[in-house]
Design a protein around this ligand. Structure first.
Ligand code: BES
Ligand code: MN
Ligand code: ZN
Length: 495
């Protein structure tokens, strides 16, 4: 998609589609781009009741005989006094969807000129760009008929005078870069387990390094992990013929090479059968999405490299396939993690924490400023938050607060759960230093408590994306969350 900033007061040349907001109370927005006849047309359809202005409502009006626009796309924006970030995103999404159903190859979108509660123009532009680019994503990797390219190729964004051309261009670039990372995350998530294996993820990371000079990648196999003492990570892939991988991606953007990095850690279980603690059959196919944490971390690294952020970032991805077999880890087996702590594997389906703990210990060597891990870790997070909020737990409240606020700002929502000391004893084991499950209660919390035993040396936040990484049912597919949150977090950081 080609984006350009349109700042003039009128349409200088004919557009294939002009996108305009309609308010519930007052009708069509008074955009300076409307000439008399377009304005009369919009007012007439509003008066006639063809569009009421409810948020997300759309109406396409052919206007081929008009001098400046072949079509007018009206988009409901609701009550102007209550027009907030949520309403803006809803209107933008609806507009883009409707736009993509038309044959228009180019469009002028005036929505970023609207006044949004608690958000500035840069936010509006980034969000618009992100939504437009995200709407272009189609999954067709494993379909014999490839998806047809959409007609829409170029978007002109009209912006308020309050923002400079440079700021607007930066905002566009951010939206595009985040969308790029999100589509990588979605594609990897959507690929089936027989294609997207730990080795495949390793190759994707290597590809990233070949595209960006600022990125270096190291992919460790089982032998190398054996040497590092990663007995916990390795225990998960024991039952699979697919070799486990530890993927380390280093991005250098800070002017001082020795500037301490921010670290992202991702759970990359490319299929989770549960292992010997086998899952029930219904819906098990969705466990191909159990590498969405890894996918979001990889996607975020791509965005960071694309943006050339002036910081250093390291990603550590722990990838394995969790299968039952005669060589698989059994309930009751005790394994030794890289940290030296022994773990009693009471349930082989609680495998995410087993791969993450060794990846987190590995992260120590970078002396990271902060560590954020991303994982489809617990069904309990789905039960608690559904598809709306990512569960967040942390050992450092300032980091938690920052993520909480950014979740609200980006609409890539997170909500914090507590990690009181009292939960820790649920992980006691008679046969090892720690058990890998904490019983039936507080599943998301006890999973984070397990991880917290391996994160004492740094500021850490855990994002449980089990409910937010993909949608089920008719819209089954990866969402690309929380790439936006991660990238916006990193954009805020100093070297
Ligand atoms: N990958 C699953 C978590 C999951 C389940 C994510 C359903 C999304 C939807 C994870 O490996 C798992 O199986 N967790 C268990 C832990 C339990 C055995 C303590 C769970 O949540 O049931
Ligand atoms: Mn599992
Ligand atoms: Zn899992």
């Amino acid at each position: 998609m080609k984006y350009q900033v349109h700042s003039s007061k009128s349409l200088d040349k004919k557009t294939e589609c002009l996108v305009l907001a309609v308010w519930e109370k007052t009708g069509p927005d008074h955009s300076p781009l409307l000439d008399e006849s377009l304005s009369a047309l919009a007012n007439a359809v509003f008066k006639a009741g063809d569009i009421k202005g409810k948020t997300g409502e759309t109406l396409l009006i052919p206007a081929h005989s008009h001098a400046k626009a072949e079509r007018l796309l009206l988009v409901g924006a609701g009550d102007a006094a209550r027009f907030d970030a949520r309403a803006y995103r809803k209107a933008v999404r609806a507009a883009v969807q409707a736009l993509n159903k038309t044959p228009a190859r180019s469009a002028v979108i005036t929505l970023p000129q609207l006044k949004i509660k608690d958000r500035d123009a840069a936010w509006a532009i980034t969000q618009l760009t992100l939504e437009c680019s995200n709407a272009q994503y189609r999954y067709d990797h494993t379909k014999s008929k490839k998806a047809e390219a959409l007609h829409l190729k170029s978007i002109s964004i009209t912006v308020p005078v309050a923002i400079s051309k440079k700021q607007a261009d930066d905002a566009i670039r951010a939206g595009e870069a985040i969308s790029l990372g999100m589509s990588t995350a979605r594609e990897l998530g959507n690929l089936p387990g027989n294609i997207c294996t730990p080795g495949y993820l390793g190759n994707k990371a290597t590809e990233l390094a070949s595209r960006y000079k600022s990125v270096k990648v190291k992919v460790l196999g089982e032998k190398q992990m054996e040497k590092l003492g990663m007995g916990s990570l390795l225990s998960v892939g024991r039952g699979s013929k697919e070799e486990s991988r530890l993927i380390v991606i280093e991005y250098s953007g800070a002017s001082k090479a020795d500037s301490k990095p921010y670290c992202l850690v991702g759970k990359g279980i490319t299929f989770d059968t549960g292992g010997i603690s086998l899952k029930q059959g219904l819906g098990m196919d969705e466990m191909k999405f159990d590498m969405c944490g890894a996918a979001s971390v990889l996607g975020a690294m791509e965005s960071v490299a694309e943006l050339g952020l002036p910081i250093n970032v390291v990603a550590v991805i722990a990838s394995a396939e969790n299968m039952p077999s005669s060589t698989a880890t059994k309930p009751g087996d005790v394994v030794t993690s890289m940290s030296g702590k022994t773990i009693e594997v009471l349930n082989t389906d609680a495998e995410g924490r087993l791969v993450l703990c060794d990846a987190l210990t590995y992260a120590e060597r970078f002396k990271p400023k902060t560590v954020i891990d991303v994982a489809t870790l617990t069904g309990a997070a789905v039960a608690t938050f559904g598809e709306v909020n990512t569960a967040m737990l942390s050992n450092h409240q300032p980091l938690a607060k920052e993520l909480l606020e950014l979740g609200e700002h980006t609409l890539d929502h997170v909500w914090q759960l507590p990690m009181n000391e009292e939960y820790q004893s649920l992980l006691d084991s008679n046969f090892a230093d720690i058990a890998n499950i904490g019983g039936p209660k507080g599943g998301t919390i006890t999973a984070a408590c397990f991880l917290s035993r391996f994160t004492e040396k740094f500021h850490w936040a855990h994002l449980d994306i089990a409910g937010t990484a993909w949608l089920g049912g008719g819209q089954k597919g990866a969402t690309g969350r929380p790439v936006q949150l991660l990238v916006e977090y990193l954009r805020q950081q100093k070297p």
